[in-house]
Ligand binder design. Structure first.
Ligand SMILES: [Zn+2]
Length: 69
């Protein structure tokens, strides 16, 4: 799945994970050490989540260069 949305495993509804309120309880610094769940807004069934965190760095000679992707 992509970084900022999940697909409901019941009805394939795309649930954006960018809403701060929705993210609450599903985000940790290094990734969840437990499974969380939320209710699909479309089919209202329970969707279980395992969070994975990928972190990367970009190096540059200047701050501006580092900020360029
Ligand atoms: Zn659903």
């Amino acid at each position: 799945m992509t970084d900022d949305r999940i697909e409901c495993p019941h009805c394939q509804h795309i649930i954006p994970m960018t809403d701060g309120e929705r993210l609450q309880g599903h985000v940790t610094y290094w990734g969840q050490e437990r499974i969380t769940s939320l209710e699909c807004p479309k089919c209202e069934r329970e969707v279980f989540l395992q969070e994975y965190v990928k972190r990367w760095w970009n190096a540059g000679r200047t701050a501006e260069e580092a900020a360029e992707l």
